[in-house]
Design a protein around this ligand. Structure first.
Ligand SMILES: *Cc1c(COP(=O)(O)O)cnc(C)c1O
Length: 804
């Protein structure tokens, strides 16, 4: 569809040439591919700007309520294909570029991935931005413009090596510098009483200035703004010092500001690292809240009506300090009474929880917090005394009150960011049904008892534009031929495919598309890793951050067991398998990095062993990111979602795979539970302990050694790894890693192993019945349209934000 009938390929072509000449500054005869890429983006951007201005004007005229999504991560990936498709200009652009002998897909590959996120939480923020624009909801995403973002992963000798991500090296044609939207953000100093009230005099100030990226919704419904903050020193160079010869000292302020916006998740194992992380959180929260309040007062006059015009969503606790910052602005700058300010704050802010892992629940050492944000510390104490009074009035015990307190008094005193977000919000949501129930019974049990109406569930979703239409045009075309185009605008219309699940011709066409995607992936992985893959093998994929709770190790141990079995029983009809792994490990996470090395050690040994006869191949794909996910997911047959039950809040990778026709092997964890309910028990491979059983096992004193002793396959696989079969150069490399399974096995690998291995053999058996497999694949595609982020955002809009 074309929005503007006049936007023909010829007009686009003229626009691109004009842009190439006058904005890129190149003669078309001399232009390099990068110049054409820039010209293409800038030409498209001109079209987007017209929609941007039109939709923003509409918001002003209708005084529409705005949604503000605060997130430390936006894992947006590449934008060109997405923006072209949503503007309905893909065909025209292809045609215009072809006139110059250029291939759009080649230009698309020149775009760097914006790696401003770590994993699911950041990708969720990106899907949400797209769905907000699609649903025509006025919204801003607020975050940090990291110059280097998340590291680029290289694999050297099988080990992860972190290199800086230089995604901005060639500039970024999508961005608009908004120097006029700049705010001062203070740190440290002291709080003084004045005649007018309280005043915070920061010791240091940094300027936050806005860099905007337009986000286009499907069919150009609306263009919203992703506003990322960059930092500069108020005085970029101290000329006196510089001229006196202290060249570095003269630039120290600028370096300090620059350090704030360099990397996502600086290691916080040192006090300096912790301080930088807290500085980042306050920096972006403060700039965002100042911008929101400024915009509100400018257009609506009275700061008291903020909750009617603005809904602020905190994506996890990273922006929790926004609660205290909004209170500070309302009380210290706008003169509201504390109680009134508290009411405005709570009606404006909502919070999404993403994890129950105790080590991931943020808290800051109180002395650090107080030194860096002395005024906010006072406000937090004041909030705390209100909340604890309420708790006492409600008859809560000392123990409950200690759990509710914003200050953790066990050992070194710490400020609890999750409790701050919880009490400062009118809505606290989990991201899958099971996770939300566990929130109520575990981390937030006492806060939930005090505020029983606050916790609600919003099961995550993914945008079907990027995760079906753009990443898998072949499948999209087949579906369209089968059921018509309605699913393009409403993913839940995919259910029309259920009636066709038994249609062998449709199954055949879908299988052909899958095979073509596998051929393309095999070619790409051959270039990346040198490993040759058979596209007729079963592609079994686990791509996600490397973490012990996600249990890549369970998958690897089972891979070793399978390798043993194939060699011991060469006479059996083994299903040829390709095991694909990918994911980054946090730089300071020792076991996760060791798991990457293990995957590579196993791959080297298995792939070069002629006795498996190509029945098993293992690949570790380096530098997993959005663009790789877009290539791998359409080519997957089996989706590994095997976390220890109760530990994965939702997962969104699981949704993307099912939408592209992969079958899931998984535990009853996170959104897997809801995926199973929708696709049906016959179309998914469920195994392992439930969340309840996991808790029970741990409580009654789980003995992994007994289980290992009772499972020959497991015992042999573990001892092969531990004794150095895969690491002859360093036989003890995995002794401690495997020792951990024998010893405590916190993630219950031993407890779930037999059940997992049995499920894998069920997968093999099912695969040999290709007709049944294809039917199940269709039922997966048909029934996961509900996991569209349009549905999720619709629920946030209705239940939390009160928009539309
Ligand atoms: C979807 C996605 C994730 C989240 O994957 P999970 O399996 O849910 O952990 C992480 N990284 C990228 C690049 C993604 O696209």
């Amino acid at each position: 569809m074309t929005l503007d009938p006049a936007s023909s390929a010829a007009q686009l072509d003229a626009l691109i040439l004009d842009v190439l000449r006058h904005r890129v500054g190149k003669d078309e005869l001399a232009a390099k591919p990068h110049d054409w890429f820039n010209a293409t983006v800038l030409a498209l951007r001109d079209r987007i700007i017209d929609r941007w201005i039109a939709t923003t004007r509409r918001t002003y005229e209708t005084k529409g309520k705005r949604v503000y999504y605060l997130s430390l991560e936006f894992l947006i990936g590449r934008l060109l294909r997405d923006a072209l498709a949503n503007m309905g200009l893909t065909r025209d652009m292809e045609k215009a570029l072809r006139e110059h002998g250029l291939d759009l897909t080649v230009l698309e590959d020149l775009e760097p991935d914006a790696a401003l996120g770590n994993g699911g939480l950041g990708r969720l923020a990106a899907c949400f931005m797209e769905s907000l624009a699609t649903l025509d909801i006025p919204a801003y995403g607020y975050g940090i413009r990291y110059v280097n973002g998340m590291f680029r992963q290289r694999i050297v000798d099988g080990w992860q090596v972190e290199r800086p991500e230089t995604w901005l090296a060639h500039g970024n044609p999508w961005e608009f510098d908004r120097r006029e939207s700049a705010y001062r953000v203070g740190f440290g100093g002291e709080v003084v009483e004045t005649a007018e009230g309280v005043e915070w005099k920061p010791a240091e100030q940094i300027e936050a200035s806005a860099v905007d990226t337009p986000v286009v919704g499907w069919r150009g419904a609306r263009v919203n703004t992703l506003r990322l903050w960059t930092a500069t020193a108020l005085e970029p160079i101290k000329l006196d010092a510089f001229n006196a010869g202290d060249h570095f000292g003269a630039l120290a302020d600028e370096v300090r500001a620059d350090a704030l916006v360099r990397v996502l998740y600086p290691a916080d194992s040192s006090p300096a690292g912790q301080e930088l992380r807290l500085r980042q959180e306050y920096f972006f929260s403060s700039a965002s809240i100042q911008d929101i309040v400024r915009r509100h007062v400018q257009f609506h006059g009275d700061v008291r009506t903020l909750p009617d015009q603005a809904a602020i969503q905190l994506n996890d606790t990273h922006p929790s300090v926004a609660v205290a910052e909004l209170m500070r602005l309302l009380v210290d700058q706008h003169g509201l009474e504390f109680g009134e300010a508290w009411d405005v704050t709570r009606r404006t802010i909502a919070y999404t929880n993403h994890t129950l892992l105790p080590e991931a629940l943020e808290s800051w050492p109180l002395p650090l917090f107080e030194r860096m944000l002395p005024r906010h510390m006072q406000i937090i104490y004041a909030i705390n005394s209100r909340v604890l009074r309420e708790a006492r009035k409600a008859g809560m015990s000392d123990q409950q009150i200690a759990a509710i307190s914003l200050i953790d008094e066990n050992g070194e005193r710490r400020v609890r960011m999750a409790n701050l977000a919880f009490v400062g919000a009118h809505s606290v949501n989990g991201v899958a049904a099971l996770h939300t129930e566990l929130m109520k019974s575990t981390v937030f049990a006492d806060l939930h008892a005090l505020y029983p109406a606050r916790i609600n569930n919003k099961t995550n979703g993914v945008t079907p534009r990027r995760w079906l239409q753009q990443c898998n045009p072949g499948l999209t075309g087949v579906i369209r031929d089968a059921i018509g185009p309605a699913f393009l605008d409403d993913a839940e219309q995919l259910t029309a495919l259920n009636a066709l699940a038994g249609d062998a011709a449709l199954g055949e066409r879908i299988a052909e598309v899958k095979r073509a995607n596998k051929v393309a992936l095999a070619r790409h992985l051959k270039d990346l890793t040198g490993v040759r893959l058979d596209p007729d093998a079963l592609f079994d994929v686990q791509i996600k951050r490397i973490h012990e709770y996600k249990r890549q190790l369970l998958n690897l141990v089972e891979t070793v067991a399978l390798y043993d079995q194939i060699r011991s029983h060469p006479e059996r009809d083994w299903v040829p398998r390709v095991k694909i792994f990918g994911g980054k490990a946090a730089p300071s996470y020792h076991n996760a990095k060791l798991i990457i090395k293990l995957a590579n050690d196993i791959a080297r040994r298995v792939n070069s062993d002629p006795s498996v006869g190509g029945l098993l191949k293992v690949v570790f794909v380096p530098n997993y990111n959005v663009s790789l996910a877009e290539r791998i997911i359409p080519a997957a047959d089996l989706s590994e979602q095997i976390s220890t039950a109760g530990m994965e809040a939702s997962g969104t990778g699981n949704m993307k795979f099912a939408l592209n026709g992969a079958l899931t092997i998984g535990t009853l964890d996170g959104a897997n539970v809801e995926i199973k309910d929708r696709v049906g028990d016959d179309n998914i491979f469920i195994f392992g302990l439930t969340a309840e059983e996991v808790e029970q096992r741990r409580a009654e004193g789980y003995q992994p050694a007994d289980i290992i002793a009772g499972s020959r396959e497991l015992q042999q696989a573990l001892s092969a790894i531990a004794s150095g079969v895969f690491s002859p150069d360093d036989p003890d490399r995995y002794r401690d890693l495997i020792g951990g399974i024998h010893d405590h096995d916190w993630f219950l690998i031993a407890a779930d192993f037999d059940s997992y291995a049995a499920a894998q053999r069920r997968v093999d058996a099912y695969w040999t019945d290709q007709a049944a497999w294809r039917r199940s694949a269709i039922h997966n595609i048909a029934n996961v349209g509900w996991f569209s982020s349009d549905r999720t955002i619709g629920e946030y809009a209705r239940d939390i934000w009160g928009v539309k």
